[in-house]
Design a protein around this ligand. Sequence first.
Ligand code: ADQ
Length: 493
Amino acid sequence: MADKMDGASGTGTAMTAASKERPPQAAYEFLVVCNRLPVELRAAEGRLSWEPSPGGLVTAMEPVLRDREAVWLGWSGRHIDDSVPASPLPHDLGPCALEEVALTREEVEEYYEGFCNETIWPLYHDAVVTPVYHRHTWNAYQRINRRFADAAARLAAPGATVWVHDYQLQLVPRLLREQRPDLRIGYFLHIPFPPAELFVQLPWRQQILQGLLGADLVGFHTQGGAANFLTLSERLLGLSPKEDAVDVPDPAAASGARTVRAGAFPISIDSRSFSELAAQPEVRERAAEIRSAVGDPRTLLLGVDRLDYTKGIDVRLGAITELLDEGRFDDCVCIQVATPSRENVEEYQRMRDEINQMVGSAIGDHGTIGQAPIQYLHQPLAREELAAYYVAADVMLVTPYRDGMNLVAKEYVACRNDEDGALVLSEFTGAALDLPQAYLVNPYDADGVKEAIVKAMSAPKSEQRQRMVEMRRQVFTHDVDRWAADFLETLRP
Ligand code: ADQ
């Protein structure tokens, strides 16, 4: 299936061809290592095509890498053992090359769907769904982390900088350092890092911490995440952390120890490009069309998420259903857009059914012919279309039970060029720390969520504007370029 393999196919050590000519030997000065590439191979109507990978990590990293000489190492979403035709990786990231780490179907099931998404993801999100601990998926996680580390070690030039991302690759920093102590290694976690009380459930807690401590710099969205990490280094490994760093024994270092720094680097978006998109006449026209298609309601509310149980889609639908029952949602429409996600994981299938049911009963109970108070799209949208929805919406609903940052909240703010609109935002997102002027809610407090929605819908325009102006200032002065520059500057020796 892959167009070129330079390892033993099927053993999973293979790398497919890069998107463009790679340096003659391992010679990249800057590597980004993520579980996923920015594109994934999708099959639709009998055809295969490369489409943007869903999710916040790709949204954030793509603008950072668009103009950089670098390589992005990751999985493409295809299974190496499926008999699909060769499909070379596309070249759409300017000077940044793409390199694929090949995975078999079984490896994806065990490492990605299993350990990453049934153990780490729920555990790190406050165990909103009970994490499962299976030794065989942990074994796969170790094996695949080693494969990513080996690939990075092969591609890095002497003294190169390697930036490892997210919860799927927590062992990579250490595995990479063991082979290549010459490298400068940064690690950024895109999801929350849990408090000790939760983390200590992990049977492999010490190995995960030691994996992360292989980096020179470990970044989190919030100070809370960094503090949890440093506290755990003391509690589980007996180290003596300082406020923003910890020394780790390292025989290769002249002093016998190596300093690992840990800190908060709140991620953001390419604010200007979202704002420019929202200002385009076609996008504004499309926004008017969207409003008109749902009957030009007095208030249009919007939710945009990956379909994930952490996002609290049920929270907002529940609140709206109650407001409908109480007659407090007249002439209002809520559009929920949910991009399909992790569809092979059982919990995601269960929640998809639950959301379908909630939408179905709200429409059944409160809709009229041709008019539904809740509209639901279970599909990914193109960037322009997404911007049109943000422009169209009077109130944006972001109600996760827990979220590392939440880029959707920042995208909405960036698109409100008229400085109007209201954001209802869960306290338990990283974004709530950056955007305290939003209408903040505790997603577990059903009455509180309802009241915040009503308050956001009925606030005087002057109040909405005051809040929006402050939030826009934050989002435009702290964009994704600044995030990447801060992280890489701190990583420098
Ligand atoms: P995610 O959990 O994926 O990201 P989020 O930060 O909201 O969550 O990013 C989602 C991205 O997907 C946004 O850019 C959004 O526009 C896009 N998206 C969502 N639904 C879409 C749809 N239907 N069509 C098109 N695009 C859609 C993880 C963490 C977050 C953290 C990011 C970045 O869980 O907490 O903010 O990484 O670090």
